[in-house]
Design a protein. Structure first.
Length: 252
């Protein structure tokens, strides 16, 4: 029965389908392995900000956590207090300033951490009196901007807990349509009166994508099922022939 041309062609078709399923399983397995490969990034090698990210664009995963440098000046009066920020496990406050690069692009910069609001506010009062357009060489860690907060319909507090550039630009004075980075920088040197913000080296994700591995196993099962289905069809055809032959013999 298996050697009949009809079933030989069916076997070739089943093997072709099984081979296609096996290739899909191999592709899924490769994706799972690639996701688990550790990509070493030289995050501690200081790079120019313009090479790491572009203004008015999204922040790539490679750019997140990179140490960067840029030149420009602070924009006094655009300081903002960010609450509920942990530093070494201790809750406190960040002071975030508006920095304008020499390329006329804006970026938010976390200047430092304070354990209480009074200290942070006193530093803000000093920073607001700094001379404008004073040249500054800024170094720090570039991070992805956080999602803006939804306003509390029942509350009247204007405090911010997120470093969201999309929200900060609405608070910066005289900010027009200039380019702005969607990420922010954690300054590597704290402003006077503030503590240095704890900004550790980014952790590398070494986990495998188990969903892709599950899909790879599924494709292998499908490949085996294609061959098994051919076998069952041949077996059923053989059993029908035997039954038909027995019926003819009994009728004779």
């Amino acid at each position: 029965m298996m050697l009949r041309p009809r079933w030989v062609l069916a076997l070739l078709l089943a093997l072709g389908i099984a081979a296609a399923f096996a290739l899909l399983g191999h592709w899924q397995l490769e994706r799972a392995i690639e996701s688990g490969v550790v990509v070493e990034r030289a995050t501690e090698q200081v790079k120019p900000l313009a090479e790491v990210a572009q203004p008015d664009g999204t922040v790539t995963q490679i750019a997140t956590g990179q140490m960067v440098t840029t030149k420009g000046s602070w924009v006094p009066g655009d300081e903002q207090l960010i609450t509920t920020r942990l530093n070494g496990g201790i809750d406190g406050f960040w002071v975030v300033s508006h920095f304008q690069t020499d390329a006329a692009t804006s970026i938010a910069v976390a200047r430092g951490w304070a354990p209480d609001q009074a200290t942070a506010q006193s530093v803000i009062e000093v920073l607001e009196k700094e001379p404008a357009n004073a040249p500054v060489a800024l170094n720090g860690r570039f991070l992805t901007g956080e999602a803006p907060e939804l306003p509390d319909p029942e509350g009247d507090s204007m405090e911010m807990t997120k470093v969201a550039p999309s929200a900060l630009i609405n608070l910066w004075a005289d900010f027009s349509d200039e380019s702005v980075y969607s990420g922010y920088i954690v300054d590597s040197e704290a402003a006077a009166g503030l503590d240095l913000i704890d900004s550790p080296v980014p952790e590398v994700d070494q986990s495998l994508n188990w969903l892709n591995i599950f899909y790879a196993i599924e494709w292998v099962v499908f490949a085996g099922f294609a061959v098994f289905l051919w076998y069952r069809l041949v077996r059923d055809a053989l059993e029908r022939e035997i039954e038909d032959a027995e019926a003819l013999t009994a009728g004779a």
